[in-house]
Design a protein around this ligand. Structure first.
Ligand SMILES: [Zn+2]
Length: 300
């Protein structure tokens, strides 16, 4: 009897151990599975071919140059411009949610500027340098939620280092020809960065990067308290605008036909985040529509 009870208790102990081991195994995989929001996998390994520091420095120089030129031409929105205030308020809500995607973002010198161009365009360069063109806000009459979706999308490109990946791919291609610089790695990257100078603002992204930016962007916006369903209305506006003069934004952000469907398919993953998020205390809104927008457009 004693032996039986001993053996049954050791069987029970073994069972407890197995359960504990199973629970540990579950715990080990839980963080990835339990993470709320979208799932986009790892960043491209091509990004590793270029120094993030260097890329951010080049971006900073180019952005500064663009800002200075705009100021000289009197097309840089001054402090206090209502649409600039709006953009900065939205960015301030989104940026804190970016750190989870890229630790470097904590140290970035984030900047948001509004350029007086009628282009339908916006970008965020590596290092958190954000630019919006007035035409995007004015011609598409974007709501705050829609602005947050564009901003989230652009910030996502920077966080996921899509520019670094593009430059890295260029390094890899040239490396086959210039074996020496390929071996140097960073040296080659530095030269390619110099060669690509001026292109960082107009880099054309691939469709994979686009859908990744859509998903990460909608999660960022949702966590910041902006309605991710605005992604659908935003895209409908882009598509409608595309029938007239195509938005410049679409030439650097190529769209797959399934874009709106992909956004819809991922809404369920981010709606709970939006519902729980603290909502913006202050709403803004688009610029007042002009009587004759086609003829009364601002400077280019
Ligand atoms: Zn994009």
């Amino acid at each position: 009897m004693k032996l039986d009870s001993h053996s049954s208790s050791s069987a029970a102990a073994l069972q407890r151990m197995l359960v504990a081991a199973a629970l540990l195994a579950v715990a080990a995989v839980l963080p990835a599975q339990a993470r709320e929001g979208v799932d986009v996998g790892k960043t491209s390994s091509f990004a590793g071919l270029v120094s993030a520091d260097q890329l951010e420095q080049v971006s900073q120089r180019q952005y500064l140059q663009m800002r200075q030129q705009a100021a000289q031409q009197h097309v840089l929105a001054p402090e206090g411009n209502p649409q600039l205030v709006r953009l900065r308020a939205i960015a301030q809500r989104i940026v804190p949610h970016s750190y989870e995607w890229n630790e470097r973002a904590r140290q970035w010198k984030w900047e948001v500027n509004l350029f007086g161009s009628k282009q339908i365009n916006a970008f965020c360069m590596p290092g958190g340098k954000i630019a919006f063109f007035y035409g995007l806000l004015d011609r598409l009459q974007l709501s705050d939620d829609e602005v947050a979706m564009v901003m989230g999308h652009e910030i996502a490109h920077a966080l996921r280092e899509h520019a670094r990946e593009r430059v890295g791919k260029t390094v890899a291609t040239r490396g086959a020809i210039e074996i020496g610089s390929a071996l140097l790695g960073l040296g080659g990257g530095g030269r390619t960065l110099a060669d690509m100078g001026g292109q960082l603002m107009t880099l054309k992204f691939g469709r994979d990067d686009e859908s990744e930016a859509d998903l990460v962007g909608m999660e960022l916006a949702a966590r910041a308290g902006y309605d991710p369903r605005a992604g659908i209305t935003l895209w409908n506006k882009m598509v409608a605008a595309n029938k007239g003069a195509p938005p410049e934004w679409l030439s650097t952000h190529p769209s797959g036909g399934s874009r709106i469907k992909d956004i819809e398919a991922n809404l369920a993953k981010v709606m709970p985040l939006y519902e729980r998020a603290e909502k913006p205390g202050r709403g803004f809104g688009p610029p007042a529509p002009r009587a004759a927008p086609a003829s009364a457009a601002g400077p280019d």
